[in-house]
Design a protein. Structure first.
Lengths: 252, 252
DNA sequence: CGCTGCATTGCGTATGATGCAACGGTTGGC
DNA sequence: GCCAACCGTTGCATCATACGCAATGCAGCG
C-alpha cells in the first residue's frame, strides 16, 4: 500500500489532535524534514491541513467540508437536530441518530448525556455500529424491505458479543418480527453487557424507514426499565422528525 | 508536491460526491487500475473511504470522525446546538456559531434560514471568516486580551472589501471600543456589501470570550434594522450558551 | 554580532509507486 | 450449461518519484 499516503494520513490525524510543527511532523513519521514538508504542503493545498500564524499545522477546513457534505447529504441531520436535543434535555439520556448508508448503520448525530459523564459512551458520530447487535440497527433492519434486509444480512458473519446477542439469523428474525409488532427496539446489552438502548424508527416522505433515534444509558445509571419509561418521548421525537421529513402519519 | 497524495485527495473528493468504482477511479486519475486500487486500499485502511457492498467506494467514517474531533474539541458546539436552533426558529434568520481556533475565526455551526433560500449564504461550517470584516470576528476581537489581539492583528494585511470595511488598525480599534461599550457587533456589509450581521459574544467559565453567535441576513430580506430588532433574542441566546459553559453572569 | 533553531530549496539517488500482463470471480446472454 | 465480457486482484520488472542530504534563508536571542 502507498507509503506516502499512509504518512499523509498519519499527519492529518496528528494535526487533528494537536498543532504540529514541521520538525515534530518529521519526527513523528521518522523521515527527513523536507519529506514532511512536501507532504504537509500537498495536504495544505487540499486544505486538509492549514498553517497557523505560528507556523504549526492543524486540521484544515477541507476535511470538515467533506464531512459536512457526506453527513448533510440528506436534510435529516438538520431537521433532527432540535428535536433530538429537546429529547435529551427532557430525559437526561444520551441520544443518538443513526442512518443506513450503504451497507452500514452510521451514527450521524449524538447528544451527550447531561449527567456528569461518569462513564463516557464510546460511540462517535461517523462510526459504524453493529447492524444486528444494536437497537438502532435492529429497528432499521426490522422495517427494511425483505430483499434489502436479506442482502445486508447475507454478508454478515454473526458474532456473539454477550449473553443476550442475537447471534444467528433465526433468532434475529424472530426478534425483528417482535420489533415490528411493538414499533420500537431494545438493546439489552447485546453488544456491550452494560450498555442499554431503546430505539425508534424514522421515516422519509415515502414512509420508508431510513434512520433511527435512540436513547442510551449505562446500566448503573438507568436500567432498561427506566429507559422504557421515557419511551413515549422517544417515539414522539422520532415521529416529529419523520413529519419534518415529509412523512404523513399513515402506517408505514 | 507529492503525486500520490494529490491523487488520494482527488479520490476522496470524488468518493464524497458519488460512489466510485475502481474502474471509474482509475479513469478519473488517468492511471492504471492497479494504481487506483492501491490508493483506495490505503485510504480504506485509514477508513477515509469505505467499500460498499456493491464494491464501490464512498467517503468513510475516518474523515467524519476527524471532523467531529476538530469541531467538538470543546463542548461548545454541543451546548450551543439547541439554543441556536431555537433562535433560528424564533427569528427566521440564518444563525452562525463561530470560534477562535488558532489564529482564525472558524464557523463551527450553522442553522439555515427557514426562508425559501432565495439566496444561499456562502458560509460553511469549517470555513474561516475574516477576523476584522465580520461581526463575529470583530466581537471576538473586541473582548480579547490586548496582547492576544495585537498578536492576531500583527499578521493581518488589511484589505478594503467594501465601502464600510474597517480597513486600517486605527478605525478598527475605534470600532472595537464601540463594540465593547454596547456589548454586541454589527457587520454592515463590511465584507460583502449585501450581507448584514449582528453578533454577540459567548464566554467560557472563566469569563473569557471564546466564540460568538450571529444572525445573518441578505439586505433584501432583512435590513440591518430588522436584524437589530431581534437583538435581545440573540443576546439572550449567547448568554444562555455562556451559562451552560459555566459562565457566572458577572461582567467579563 | 554570532549563535541556535527553524523552515525552505536544489539535487542526485534509490526506493517505492507504477504499468503490465496474467489470474480469478461473477454476471449475463445465447 | 457454456462461453464471453467485465471487473477486481496479484506478482513482477521498470523507472519515475518521493526521498535524504546538505546548503541556504530567516528569525529570535543572548
Amino acid at each position: 500500500m502507498s507509503q506516502s499516503i499512509r504518512r499523509a494520513v498519519d499527519l492529518i490525524r496528528r494535526a487533528a489532535e494537536y498543532p504540529l510543527s514541521l520538525t515534530e511532523a518529521a519526527e513523528v513519521l521518522g523521515v527527513h524534514k523536507s519529506t514532511a514538508l512536501r507532504i504537509l504542503q500537498t495536504l495544505e493545498s487540499a486544505r486538509f491541513v492549514r498553517r497557523t500564524g505560528a507556523g504549526t499545522y492543524v486540521l484544515g477546513s477541507g476535511i470538515i467540508e467533506l464531512s459536512e457534505l457526506a453527513l448533510g447529504a440528506m436534510d435529516l441531520r438538520q431537521f433532527a437536530a432540535a428535536p433530538l436535543r429537546a429529547l435529551q434535555r427532557e430525559t437526561g439520556h444520551t441520544v443518538h441518530l443513526a442512518q443506513l448508508t450503504g451497507d452500514e448503520i452510521i451514527y450521524i448525530d449524538k447528544v451527550d448525556s447531561s449527567a456528569f459523564d461518569a462513564v463516557k459512551l464510546p460511540s462517535r458520530v461517523g462510526r459504524a455500529v453493529s447492524i444486528y447487535a444494536s437497537a438502532v440497527g435492529k429497528v432499521i433492519l426490522a422495517y427494511l424491505p425483505t430483499a434489502e434486509r436479506d442482502r445486508l444480512l447475507s454478508h454478515v458473519v454473526f458474532e456473539r458479543f454477550t449473553d443476550t446477542t442475537y447471534a444467528d439469523r433465526e433468532s434475529l428474525d424472530a426478534e425483528l418480527d417482535h420489533i415490528r409488532e411493538q414499533g420500537w427496539a431494545v438493546d439489552n446489552g447485546e453488544h456491550d453487557a452494560y450498555v442499554m438502548c431503546v430505539a425508534a424508527p424514522i421515516r422519509d416522505s415515502r414512509g420508508r424507514v431510513i434512520a433511527a433515534a435512540s436513547m442510551t444509558a449505562i446500566e448503573v445509571i438507568a436500567s432498561l426499565d427506566e429507559l422504557k419509561s421515557s419511551l413515549p418521548l422517544l417515539l414522539d421525537t422520532a415521529n416529529q422528525i419523520s413529519r419534518e421529513l415529509g412523512h404523513t402519519a399513515d402506517k408505514g
